[in-house]
Design a protein around this ligand. Structure first.
Ligand SMILES: *Cc1c(COP(=O)(O)O)cnc(C)c1O
Length: 400
């Protein structure tokens, strides 16, 4: 069990939790090296560990099972999410795959309409072959979740806000309903991070992350994390992590610890910039609609405000008729056309042909992922520079 074999951290989890969040981002992993005093956790680039005698290891046996650099990251994310134990994986999908591996053939998972495409794909094309089924539900109304629960339902896996329409789901209410029916409540917290939203405090059992996005924050590492709320789940997920082996390597664990240290300052700027861009787009006649949970007239505004301390920095918008989305996407200069999100640089994407292309067009149109929809990951550049680039691309998108 990794928890029983980790190097002593310089603070216990309980002590750390009384410390302010911005401080915990930097110190919660207990990352000072006990041997040299190095203020950063060393990159233990090793697969195995010499044992002092048969059955006498020094707490580490083999790096799939446990590695000191990865363990520091796992302690850090467990502390930040307020959980019992953390687990680091080679990608967000590896983390989600490990968590879904807690379920069994015959079980059913409830997922939201706007679920991340990779989560839909792994359920629809991998887990379904092993007898794990799923049901897509509009979770923005928790009553729909309750109504969808059947005899085989074993878990809910929701996101809030969910992409690309930034739909907000009431995490406390979904967790309450899940527990009333004996289900596991799983939340993908990628878009918000524990800086803005802590699903375990709202009642969820498991939080998963694509740490590739805001936690890493620099578009230079692919990683996934999971945090569980009980020792029973910690033991089960530790077993799955070691048995299936999708672990994060020592160097990427180091990069992620480094990224998380600045999460607070980055997120503050992300929020500020996203607010500026969302309000400017809303006031622009060339824009028909803005999807951002930080706008007071957005449908999920109140619920998001209750459960999170900010609205994140992902937003989508639709150009008005007479403007061509493809021309817009061909015209941005500072803002790069790319998949992914959450990095320091602003990125733009076209959900209908990029992130959500796997959904049939009629279904896309029905839920609102139209051909004119544009998704922005607002970075931490100067807000006026981002806005100027968007405005010149809108001007270039005007049809003759
Ligand atoms: C990117 C993403 C994932 C998948 O993570 P990877 O690191 O790309 O494997 C899962 N959920 C959400 C919400 C994401 O944005």
């Amino acid at each position: 069990m990794p928890t029983s074999k980790q190097h002593a951290s310089n603070q216990t989890a309980d002590q750390a939790r009384t410390t302010a969040f911005a401080t915990r981002l930097i110190h919660a992993g207990g990352t000072t090296d006990p041997v040299t005093g190095a203020v950063n956790v060393p990159i233990y680039q090793t697969s195995t560990y010499q044992q002092d005698g048969v059955g006498q290891d020094r707490g580490w046996e083999y790096s799939r099972t446990g590695n000191p650099t990865r363990a520091a990251l796992e302690r850090l994310i467990a502390d930040l999410e307020g959980g019992v134990a953390g687990f680091a994986f080679g990608s967000g999908m590896a983390a989600i795959t490990a968590v879904l591996s807690l379920l069994s053939a015959g079980d059913e998972v409830i997922i939201p309409t706007n679920v991340y495409g990779g989560t839909y794909r792994v359920l629809n094309q991998v887990f379904n072959r092993f007898g794990l089924t799923f049901r897509v539900v509009d979770t923005t109304d928790p009553a729909n979740v309750e109504a969808a629960i059947g005899p085989n339902t074993a878990a809910t896996l929701v996101e809030s806000p969910a992409n690309p329409l930034m739909t907000v789901t009431d995490l406390a209410e979904v967790s309450r309903i899940a527990h009333e029916h004996g289900l596991l409540s799983i939340v993908d917290n990628t878009f918000m991070t524990p800086y803005l939203q802590r699903p375990l405090e709202l009642g969820a059992d498991i939080v998963v992350h694509s740490a590739t996005k805001y936690l890493g924050g620099h578009s230079d590492v692919v990683a996934g994390l999971a945090v569980v709320a009980s020792q029973e789940l910690a033991d089960r997920l530790a077993f799955v992590q070691n048995a299936t082996g999708g672990v994060l390597g020592p160097f990427d664990s180091f990069l992620l610890i480094r990224g998380i240290k600045t999460l607070g300052v980055r997120m503050d700027r992300h929020l500020k910039n996203a607010g500026v861009i969302a309000r400017a787009l809303q006031q622009n006649d060339a824009v028909a609609k803005v999807y951002y949970p930080g706008l007071p007239d957005f449908p999920g505004y109140e619920v998001n405000r209750r459960q999170a301390s900010g609205a994140g920095a992902m937003l989508s918008f639709e150009l008005a008729s007479g403007y061509d989305a493809h021309a817009f996407l061909a015209s941005t200069r500072l803002v790069a056309l790319a998949e992914s999100l959450g990095g320091v640089e602003s990125l733009v994407c076209h959900p209908a042909t990029m992130t959500h292309a796997a959904i049939p067009k009629e279904e896309r149109d029905r839920v609102g992922i139209t051909d004119g929809l544009i998704r922005l990951s607002v970075g931490i550049e100067d807000a006026d520079d981002i806005l100027a680039d968007i405005n010149q691309a809108i001007a270039a998108a005007k049809e003759a």
